[in-house]
Design a protein around this ligand. Sequence first.
Ligand code: CA
Length: 677
Amino acid sequence: MKNSIAESMAFFASEEFDARYQYDGKDLGAGCTDESTVFKVWSPLAERIELRLYRDGTSGEIWRRKEMKAGPKGVWELEFRENLHGMYYDYLVRIGGKDTPTADPYAVGCNCNGGRSMVVDLRKTDPPGFAQDRAPEAAEESIIYELHIKDFSYDPESGVPECYRGKYKAFTVSGTGEEYPTCVEYLKKLGITHVHLLPFFDYGSVDEAGDEKQFNWGYDPVNYNVPEGSYATDVSDGTVRIRECKEMIQALHENGIRVIMDVVYNHTHSNDSWLQRMVPDYYYRYQEDGSLANGSACGNDIAAGRAMVDNYIADSVMYWAKEYHMDGFRFDLMGLLTVELMNRIRRELDEAFGPGEKMLYGEPWSADDSPMEDGTRAAQKENAGYLNEGIGIFSDDTRDAIKGSVFYAGEPGFVNGAQGMEASILQAVTGWKDGGACFMPKSCGQIINYVSAHDNFTLWDKLVLSMHGEKADFDRRYEDVLAANKLAAFIYFTCQGNLFLQAGEEFARTKQGEDNSYCSTPELNMLQWHRTVEYGELVEYYRGLVSLRKQLPGLCDKSPSANRRIMDGKIHGDGVVSFRVDNKASRPSRWEELFIIYNASPEEHAIGLPGHVEPAAGKSVLSEKGRTQDDIWEVLADGNETDCRKKTGITGNRVRVAAGSGMLLGRPGPEGARTGE
Ligand code: CA
């Protein structure tokens, strides 16, 4: 076994293999038009391949069977002079004299649970108006809201009709919640710009024929180019999931929100995948002892770096972007993929849709080591310098500096009592462009700032655990936790880079201390909409930060020199830092300078305001032009309010910053002062 795997690996990695078999055509799968249906598969080791057609998704009766024709580059082909839309199919692949049935890895449709592929004339799956569907204009800032489709509307208080709860269709329901908006109405009010949806390509951990009580995050792909069936209202017809998924995206676009897809190209649900059945061992990495590599901690690693693996992944991304109008992609365990592949995907998206139009970012790490192909670089954090500037990485440095380790519940960060974090926090402000992390980003555009995501504790649970211990009550309203939550949000919303939050972070979402809820009940995972009222003050705080952030070009700037806008970083004492931001911009901006203070200490601090005009010799700032600093600076946000315009806390030349809170001040420029905005 060891030798044969080693030989296979050497053969697959050889130039000879690529020269003979690398196929760059974009027509693999079942292409279906009015006149014809063309089946094409890539299977260079096969001795014979038979196509089997079925009239439906479940019966065992084969309607027609026909042998495929072998062509160049290991591609097998079969053409029918008819439109076979709605037919189901699979293949019988003979390798080493043994016939193995398999669905089509390039399929765009499938039956219930995905074991049989479906021929789909894709134009027939477009909801009305889909051809005219366009993403909303790009906003001044990307504020990404991470959401699971079932979490979104499973709660009976979601305001969504029961038949649509937990489904794609929930996103198409308007007017939800009335006085206290829920679902899409709520997202619109919150002001986020992007929804990032946890995996919704067809995954294997939920029985699509089973009941609604099942739950999984969905990081276990089966059919990469087909939407998951358990989010559709009907799985008996494979076109329904496609149409309803498109309706979801269309509805979000109509409501001004862009859509990002969480993609999992690093491993498959089963080692016995369609990829494996079609070309045994080609798509996976193996250890020297012949065992499957497991850098994903999910049983296998896809062999990114091989020509046809990279083609498969890049083609799949392009398919979702074109066919479903996806606006961006979040790569799960991107560290298992390669820098070369990620840069290629960036390039192909830019060529097809315009530079930067589609967002790309990922987790710049893996769960464990994985044997990479020779001559490739892992898309890990330390290789960020090799990644295109338009590929973002989650900043675990920012996350952990603000609220502590994700692995140790009790370990605090800056906002919940850690000592000596001041310098790190100031480095986080420029997206680590000024150094301090183990890598050097090209610009803060490469940084995704966040403090909570689906993995690990919710922010609320982490703060409760670290501030009140293991026996804490997650449903209790702890005022100190609420303050720490606000300060954590205040900090990352005033860091340069992209902003990302887990759905519900803004209403103290709790999973009762469960840090890995991937297969917990839907009740534990779902967004509990009553909390948006119960913690309405926190929601308002976030809503103000979202609104305010879009008005601060000095923080939104993603250019490589944006870090130069951050000036005079100062540590005033334990847990107290401040800095100034050059907020001048080509677009209208009321404030030409910002002054930002983070006070995580248990005491109020009075901080000197920066002088407006350099005083002439012998003159004090206070007497300059007869104005004092309290005439000049406006408080835009403090520990309780955001997007406010007030003078609270400013006395003469100093501003008082309450214990455990932040303060953001703006100095209007001549234009802003004149217009009064
Ligand atoms: Ca599925």
